[in-house]
Design a protein around this ligand. Sequence first.
Ligand SMILES: Nc1nc2c(c(=O)[nH]1)N[C@H]1C(S)=C(S)[C@@H](COP(=O)(O)OP(=O)(O)OC[C@H]3O[C@@H](n4cnc5c(=O)[nH]c(N)nc54)[C@H](O)[C@@H]3O)O[C@H]1N2
Ligand SMILES: Nc1nc2c(c(=O)[nH]1)N[C@H]1C(S)=C(S)[C@@H](COP(=O)(O)OP(=O)(O)OC[C@H]3O[C@@H](n4cnc5c(=O)[nH]c(N)nc54)[C@H](O)[C@@H]3O)O[C@H]1N2
Ligand code: SF4
Ligand SMILES: [Mo]
Length: 703
Amino acid sequence: MTGTTSTDTHCPYCALQCGMRLHPVRPRRPDEPAVEVGERPDFPVNRGALCGKGRSAAAVLARPARLTEPLVRDARTGTLRPATWGEALDRAARGFAETGERYGRDAVGVFGGGGLTNEKAYLLGKFARVALRTPHIDYNGRFCMSSAATAQRAAFGLDRGLPFPLEDVARTGCVLLAGSNLADTMPPALRYLREQREAGGRLIVVDPRRTRTADDADLHLRPAPGTDLALALALLHLVIAEGRVDEKFVAARTAGYAHARAAAMAHWPERAERITGVPVAAMRQAVAMFCDATGGMVLTARGSEQHSKGVDTVGAWINLCLATGRAGRPLSGYGCLTGQGNGQGGREHGQKSDQLPGYRSITDPEARDHVARVWGVDPESLPGPGRSAYELLDSLGTDGGVRALLLMGSNPVVSAPHAGHVTERIRALGHLVVCDVVLSETAELADVVLPTAQWAEEDGTMTNLEGRVILRQAAVDPPPGVRTDLAVLRALAARLGRDGGFPDAAEEVFDELRAASAGGRADYSGISYARIRAEDGVFWPCPEPGHPGTPRLFLDRFATADGRARFADVSHRPAAEEPDARYPLRLTTGRVLAQYQSGAQTRRTPELQRAAPGPFVELHPRLAARLGVTDGELVTVTSRRGQVVAPAVVTGTIRPDTVFMPFHWPGPGRANTLTNPALDPVSRMPEFKVCAVRVERAGEGAA
Ligand SMILES: Nc1nc2c(c(=O)[nH]1)N[C@H]1C(S)=C(S)[C@@H](COP(=O)(O)OP(=O)(O)OC[C@H]3O[C@@H](n4cnc5c(=O)[nH]c(N)nc54)[C@H](O)[C@@H]3O)O[C@H]1N2
Ligand SMILES: Nc1nc2c(c(=O)[nH]1)N[C@H]1C(S)=C(S)[C@@H](COP(=O)(O)OP(=O)(O)OC[C@H]3O[C@@H](n4cnc5c(=O)[nH]c(N)nc54)[C@H](O)[C@@H]3O)O[C@H]1N2
Ligand code: SF4
Ligand SMILES: [Mo]
């Protein structure tokens, strides 16, 4: 495979899935990668631009970052030692089989990731339902965009991150960006916002922090974390009170307005000001900007969504779009900026506990019949819905819970909420098998670690935040000793008595996925590798080979049974944990530019690690002065779930009643030691974005 020609492919990291060109190079040392990342200016989404993570992505292909041999836990020493593939796979499969025999099939579980290709996500779901026959498979996407997905499905009958290509953002009149720090999380996408403003458009940013994204805004609203719902309701109140409802659109294209109207009218802007801290005058300004423009979009990301009321909050933002007629027409609408490389496709093809491929519901008899036919199994043999991600992790090693787990594409020891507890649960497992490209903090706890191929070493499709299905192409051989995730699933399935049905060639898996998705909401049946290569990606739904794909959804009708969008019936409620005398501050968490997620890959990339070497706590100067804390000094942050220590960054960009920590690091500065696993009742999204904490100078408040 390692060749002499350059290969067009896409970045291993976020949902933008920037196009890049990999050039072969002769490594000077054995630990250097055999490819170099270059620009691919002809790919539309990023037009050649890459952030530092994309530019440095080749570092994780080679050692020392890389895992290159299977590891098994030695019964005598209790430590991980190298093993042959035969020994590792036998042991992995035996653990699943024995757990199933002893405790029942429901005691075996699978945890996947939104960074996996469509082919991997699809085969992982099939592996759980057909080879393990367990209902318990879920994935880290639950922690990501699941609230937006649920709200979009309720409102529009379908959820695709953005119902339009990013290029449309550059041409809309007003963008209201809620809880996204695009400048750090998807830097090349910033150009669309800049172009939009250069064309006379307006940008409103809703974020408790003055981020680099907010620096670009015409208006920055700074609600306290956990209060977006009150803000969105008050904005709708003002839209109604000021007579700016698009009555014609509401009558022709929507249902449920009466309830939404009544709820919004009960949410007075003055009350919202007390809850959020956003002045009524600023709310009026926002409404004027949004309604005066020729068209508008509300785009949300994790800041607005990762709450125990994330679904209702997104519902309230969608209500604002529907009432103003900013939906279902060109250059307007609601969109969710999905996060992980395949945050979109990863949730469509069956690694979510309640879903079958093609966005089918696992409880729908017709869907079960269809998928069972493609899989060549009896529909009766397919399990029902299983536990959601946090509930699955919370059940590990308990009576009635999951005792043997296959984990592929996530590092929950760092990234799960209430991570101290989750780590204890992972340690309580009878059997843990981790497939990863590096020895993550979670892999360190495994009984069997299987080193797998990644990104530049294999083919596979991803679905970016626009719903564009793109193709990653292999540019280099995996290191010797490494196998693909697909080959691992095939080998494990064979050992569990399923010899057929688990192809390990990506294109073959994709062809099966197309058949499984046919007729479903996320219909990929008309998409092929050849078409993706020829067309810069294809937008789903694409139900036939001759179908052009669907860059823009809902222009004629919404995907509900009657074609009308549904207003959500929502009222404000407080966060699961509000500040009190013992824990007087709000903690919110998020990302920095140079690290990605649990940091498993980026902490192993020297230039990124230099740029962002460790955790920190942002505090406002007034709060710092009150606590007697100076910039750079160590502080402890304590919540009901634990305590962390990290240096203070004293900055005027944050509210005085709020502190912020990025979550990319394990150890004493692990933000998720503190976070609250309170779940949204519908999406089961944990409340990563707000909990109550106390901050002290380190030493003063040690537990
Ligand atoms: N550099 C980098 N880029 C990434 C990632 C990464 O780890 N690192 N991860 C990728 C993934 S998987 C995802 S999901 C995306 C996430 O992308 P974003 O959602 O943009 O990232 P976050 O930093 O989690 O949160 C965004 C903002 O929400 C704000 N916020 C906190 N609480 C609230 C609130 O209650 N209301 C509002 N309105 N805002 C609030 C925070 O201050 C923060 O600036 O990024 C993707 N891109
Ligand atoms: N406090 C707080 N916590 C959060 C969030 C937050 O905002 N605040 N955000 C949440 C969100 S939005 C997300 S998406 C999660 C993400 O958090 P995680 O689920 O931990 O995601 P990653 O760190 O990307 O973990 C991916 C793992 O898979 C490995 N990997 C990469 N590619 C492959 C592959 O092709 N095959 C295999 N087998 N392995 C691979 C990587 O090396 C890494 O170990 O974190 C959540 N946690
Ligand atoms: S913005 Fe996202 S996809 Fe693009 S280079 Fe950076 S991490 Fe990769
Ligand atoms: Mo995410």
